[in-house]
Design a protein around this ligand. Structure first.
Ligand SMILES: NC(=O)c1ccc[n+]([C@@H]2O[C@H](COP(=O)([O-])OP(=O)(O)OC[C@H]3O[C@@H](n4cnc5c(N)ncnc54)[C@H](OP(=O)(O)O)[C@@H]3O)[C@@H](O)[C@H]2O)c1
Length: 260
């Protein structure tokens, strides 16, 4: 089991789902973890669970769509702890954006959290990591980036932007000792995953389903390697190929799924 003793890790979206599980896993493996999110009561509970693993861990309230506030929080953590080794950006929101119906503001608000939150976090931590020649950033994307569903234009666009941004920056900073990864978790039964099913998305096939435990273990074992993509499931990697070679069949299957 890979350990992170002495490392300082920040996890956004730590109040629930994948972010919470990842924060706990990192603390169990010895890291000092600072968990960020907006819901106070959940952060209080998380802080107690984190401190039972590493006493130096804590939580802080932070809305990642407020880029200035988020940058200040990260700077404060880096200054208080003397360094910041790992940033896991799991904070995101998903709302239906069907056209016609969805407004420009719906798209902007999704991008502010899902994309500009990721950009703000990455830009804030990379300079210090590069100066110390050590650091890991894990930006959470989604299979929607490769295979958008008809009712999820804003979410899919934001995740495609996260993927492109992260991959470009990963190559950009590789020589400075900083590793940037983009995580594709498959489908996980978190609040967000279950809400999509409640809205009518069919339960994804078994090869795509993962648990929070599986994702936390995969990330903690593989991050820091030279691989840019962390794929929890291989099946969705085929989506662009299916689209290129069987466009009509691909489109029929995606449209049918979303109408179900
Ligand atoms: N579940 C899946 O099947 C699946 C599949 C692919 C990708 N993902 C990605 O995995 C990541 C984690 O999602 P999840 O499934 O664990 O969903 P979740 O349980 O709904 O967690 C989302 C987290 O994001 C936080 N968040 C939302 N808006 C925020 C904001 N403005 N500022 C700070 N934090 C914010 C929430 O905390 P607060 O509300 O307390 O702020 C919460 O902790 C997301 O990036 C999601 O897109 C999930």
């Amino acid at each position: 089991m890979k350990r992170y003793d002495g490392e300082v890790a920040v996890v956004s979206g730590a109040s629930s789902g994948l972010g919470r599980r990842l924060a706990l896993e990192l603390a169990s493996r010895g890291a000092t973890v600072v968990g960020l999110a907006r819901r106070k009561q959940l952060l209080v509970e998380l802080a107690a669970d984190l401190q039972a693993r590493t006493s130096s861990s804590r939580t802080m309230e932070c809305d990642v769509s407020d880029a200035d506030a988020y940058r200040d929080v990260l700077a404060q953590i880096e200054s208080d702890r003397g360094k910041l080794d790992i940033l896991v950006a799991a904070a995101a929101t998903e709302a239906e954006t069907r056209v016609p119906g969805a407004t420009l503001e719906d798209f902007r608000s999704t991008m502010d959290v899902n994309f500009f939150g990721v950009v703000a976090g990455t830009l804030a931590v990379v300079p210090g990591m590069a100066a110390r020649r050590h650091g890991i950033v894990v930006n959470v994307s989604s299979d929607s980036a490769r295979a958008p569903a008809p009712g999820g234009a804003a979410y899919a666009a934001s995740k495609a932007a996260v993927s492109a941004f992260s991959e470009a920056v990963a190559m950009n900073v590789a020589d400075s000792g900083v590793r940037v990864h983009v995580l594709y978790p498959g489908w996980v039964p978190t609040a967000m995953g279950l809400a999509a099913v409640e809205r009518g998305m069919p339960l994804p096939p078994k090869p795509v389903r993962r648990t929070e435990d599986q994702i936390a273990e995969l990330v903690c074992e593989r991050m820091g390697s030279d691989a840019i993509e962390l794929n929890a499931s291989r099946l969705p990697v085929m989506a662009p190929l299916a689209r290129a070679f069987f466009p009509k069949a691909y489109r029929r299957s995606v449209t049918k799924s979303s109408d179900a």
